[in-house]
Structures are given as C-alpha cells and as structure tokens.
Design a protein around this ligand. Structure first.
Ligand code: AHR
Length: 503
C-alpha cells in the first residue's frame, strides 16, 4: 500500500467553481446530431424530432454550455442552409467528415433543444471558408430583436424572441493543416480581430473566443497563441485550447498521467497570454476556454471518415467505447480544469452524444451512459462554491511520456452556504493501492456524507446497453473521519469523490 497526504486550507482559494467548466460540445459529425440528439422516429421524440431520453441524460450529466455546430464541420458550414422550411433546405457535402449534411437540424432547432436541455448555447462561426460577413449575418439572425432582414427571417421562422447567444467562437482549429481554410497565425489573427471588432459593433458585450492551438504537440504551439493574441488582445475575452488523450502502445501509466499535459498546456497558454498583456501594457486578462477535451482513440478505424464516392448521412464515426481507465483519466482532466479555475473560465467535454461521448444511443432504440459519464456528472453536481488548492504529498513513479509523476492527483471544493467540502482524487498507479490521508485545515469535525469510487479489478471494463451498471462508482467503505483528518483507500486506476460536511 502506498501512503499519501492531501492538505487543503480554508484560506487557500484558487477561485470560484464556474458552471461553464462543465460545458460540452455538439458537432454535425457522425451520429452526434442525427440519431443522437435528433431521431424523429424515436418513441421519446418531441415535435422537433429531439429524443427525450437523451435530453434527460444531458440534464443528469449536468452540462452547462454546449458548443455548436463544430468542430471541423463549422469551417465549411453555411448556416443559412439550416433555417426555414425543412423541405427547402439543401443537402451539402461536409468536407471535414466526408459526409452529406442534410441540414434537417440548424441553429433554430439547436437553440430550441438547448432550452429544453437547460444548457447555454455557445456558437462557432465559420472562419475557414467564410469570414466577417457570414459571422455578422448569423449574429444578426440570432441576437437582434427584429426590424432587419436577418432578424425578421428568424421571427418568420418561428423564433419571435432573439436567441441571445453570448459566447461565440471565432472559427475552429485554424492552426491545423486538416482544417478547411487552414491559416497561418498571422492570417488567422487578423481575420479573427476584424471579425471580433465587427461583431462588437453589433453587440459590444459578447464573449468572444479566439482559436488557440489544437494541441500542445502542434509545431506552432505557443507562437500561435502569441501572434493571435497580439492581433486580437483588445477584442477577445478567451483563447481556446483543445486536447485529446489516449492509451498508446499499452502504456497505461503515461495515459493515466494525461493531466500533466493538460496542466502544462494551460500554464503555457496563460503565460503566453500574460506576456502579450505585459507587452501591450494592457490591464485586462485573457482567459482560457478549454473547449475540446476528452479521451479519443483517434488512430482507430472508427475515427476514419469514409473516402471516395461515398458521402453518407450520419455515418458511424468516432464512436469510442470507454473503459474504466478512460473514465479515471476523464475525471483527472476535470481535476486539472478545476485546479485552474482562476484562468480557465470555460471548458467543453468533446463531445456529448455518440461521438467520443459520455452518452450513447441506438437509432430508434436505447440510450446509455458510458464510463466517462460518471466522474463528469458527479463533479458537475457536487463541485460548488470555491476551488481550494490541494497540496499533495504522494509517492512518485516514472512514466515514459511525462517523466516522474505523483501517484495521486486531487482538488477540493468548498461551498460555504452548505458547509460542503468535496475532495476529488485519482490514484494513477497502475498496480498499487494508496492509503490517502486528507488534512482539511480550518474545517473541524467534518463528517462523511458520501465516499464514491470508480474502479474495477479489470480496468478495461466498459458499460454496454445490456449491462450499464457494472462500472458505476460504488460506495467506498474504507472512508473514516476523526477530528481533523479523513482517511480513504484508493484502489489502483481509480477516481474517488469524498463528500464531507461541517457540523
Ligand atoms: O471533436 C472531434 C474533432 O476534433 C473536432 O471536429 C475538431 O475540432 C477536433 O480536431
């Protein structure tokens, strides 16, 4: 048994728990929208064709914002194709995913779905094949009350009230050579700046997100952020970061330590943004929107788009089945995001349904929760109030990708109005259990409300629609509390939530 100590102090607050940390992402990709969100023949479908069972799962997941409609898809998207009478909407080639986009679902339907699911829509504009005018038109369509060509079109299409979308992404991953309309940092920075300036002439108080890097391994990482933020600093609020992780070549130890990369990624973007701030003698800070993060086995066959003459509608793409280790990593990435709550002001689990998703559906049939659903849902539900910095004293082991890493990672949140202190912790050791002692300074006589652990002797177990409960987090009977410490055992490859309450 390894021994570890985690200490938090009531006075060491990183910042508030932000609901927007628990965002997600819906792209017109594979079966995310069609047969995922939207399945008119499904027994639970509403008048728009949206599945009620999926809406219920999205609510249970605790998602706050949902980024839409892409992703790579947005870089070739003509949003006007998705409005008005459905019979008149054109089908288009989607170059990003070599698919046919029927445009059955567009911005009006998505906003109606978002209201029903209780989530805030976060819209991305196409800065790949389009530019300032396209962005201004969709903004006018969505947010102007009426009396103009586009706003009156929205009203004629049945949305009398403005959609009132506050967060807008200025394109998607334009640093990536795979992106339709890929650009250099300078080309993108200029376009993003002028698009942002024009959008603010329409509505000054929008929250605008410039594209950062699509991964910390990109050759342009760092320099991209410096150039883009130098161009856009005064007109954007956030810069994006995207990261996907997977187990490579059976190297579980490195995979479990993926949050080391996320920590480094966030710290580097923050350092670059602050360097631009200093150089420009600005006072305002730019924050991070980590608007794509997840486990994704991108190298597997299910992530390869069709080729040749085949342009299917809603093909099976990126339908990764997640196991227990994947869920532990997803939980640990949330720990990293919370730890950086002072500078990460928004984040999106990519994606929401069917496509690298916590929620899976059968067309016309069942829906179920993947393993990754559980740490997300529990963190979204119970992280509240303030994030407390956790000082971690744990054994260190070597990993091929990240060098020496701590076996334990953790963060805590405290909600003064309820007296709830919640510890989220992972054991990243492949084979050794950890006896964890938690020292909550300034919180006397805490009692344990709940101790839940997600683990399995076989970390490769996945949930299936026939057996959805075998990988649920289970009560951890080892948790005990005395006057000033709490003890709990963490099995190898596990994620744990410890809910404590002041008397
Ligand atoms: O989420 C899947 C894809 O990953 C998105 O379309 C793209 O932005 C990223 O590369």
């Amino acid at each position: 048994m390894l021994l570890a100590n985690v200490t938090v102090d009531r006075a060491f607050v990183v910042g508030p728990v932000r609901r927007r940390t628990f965002g997600s992402f819906v792209e017109h990709l594979g079966r995310c929208v069609y047969t995922g969100l939207h399945d008119p023949g499904h027994p639970t479908a509403d008048a728009d064709g949206f599945r009620g069972d999926v809406v219920d799962l999205v609510r249970e997941l605790g998602v706050s914002t949902v980024r839409y409609p892409g992703g790579n898809f947005v870089s070739g998207y003509r949003w006007e194709d998705g409005i008005g009478p459905r019979a008149q909407r054109p089908a288009r080639l989607d170059l990003a995913w070599h698919s046919t986009e029927p445009n059955t679902v567009g911005v009006d339907e998505f906003v109606r779905w978002a209201r029903k699911a209780g989530v805030e829509p976060m819209m991305a504009v196409n800065l790949g094949t389009r530019g300032i005018q396209g962005a201004l038109d969709i903004l006018e369509y969505c947010n102007i009350r009426g009396g103009t060509a586009w706003s009156d079109r929205r009203r004629a299409n049945g949305a009398e009230e403005p959609h009132d979308i506050r967060m807008w992404c200025l394109g998607n991953e334009l640093d990536g050579p795979w992106q339709t309309g890929h650009k250099t940092a300078h080309e993108y920075g200029r376009l993003a700046a002028e698009t942002a300036r024009a959008m603010r002439q329409v509505q000054p108080d929008l929250e605008l997100v410039a594209c950062g890097s699509s991964g910390s391994g990109m050759p342009t990482f760092g320099e991209w952020e410096r150039v883009v933020l130098t161009e856009t600093y005064d007109v954007v609020d956030l810069v994006s970061a995207h990261a996907y992780y997977c187990e490579e070549d059976g190297d579980l130890a490195s995979f479990l330590a993926s949050a080391v990369d996320m920590d480094h990624f966030i710290d580097s973007v923050v350092a670059t943004a602050d360097a631009v701030r200093a150089a420009r003698k600005a006072t305002r800070r730019i924050h991070v929107s980590f608007d794509e993060w997840n486990v994704w086995y991108a190298g597997r066959a299910e992530s390869r788009p069709p080729t040749g003459d085949d342009w299917p509608i809603a093909p099976t793409l990126l339908e990764d089945r997640y196991n227990v280790a994947d869920a532990v990593v997803a939980g640990s990435l949330l720990i990293s995001l919370l730890r950086h709550t002072d500078r990460v002001h928004a984040a999106s689990l990519a994606q929401l349904v069917n496509v690298i998703a916590p929620i899976m559906t059968e067309p016309g049939g069942r829906s179920w929760r993947q393993t990754t659903f559980h740490p997300f849902a529990l963190t979204a539900r119970h992280a509240a109030g303030e994030v407390l910095r956790a000082a971690i004293d744990a054994p260190v082991h070597d990993t091929t990708r990240f060098g020496p890493v701590s076996a334990v990672d953790a963060v805590a949140t405290y909600e003064p109005s309820t007296g709830d202190l919640v510890l989220f912790a992972v054991n990243r050791s492949v084979s050794r259990p950890v006896a964890l002692t938690f020292h909550p300074r300034g919180f006397p006589r805490l009692r344990i409300v709940e101790a839940l652990t997600l683990s399995n002797p076989d970390h490769t177990w996945s949930a299936t629609p026939d057996d959805p409960t075998s990988v649920l987090p289970h009560p951890n009977p080892s948790a005990t509390a005395d006057d000033d410490t709490v003890r709990v055992d963490l099995p190898p490859v596990s994620w744990t939530m410890l809910r404590l309450r002041l008397p």
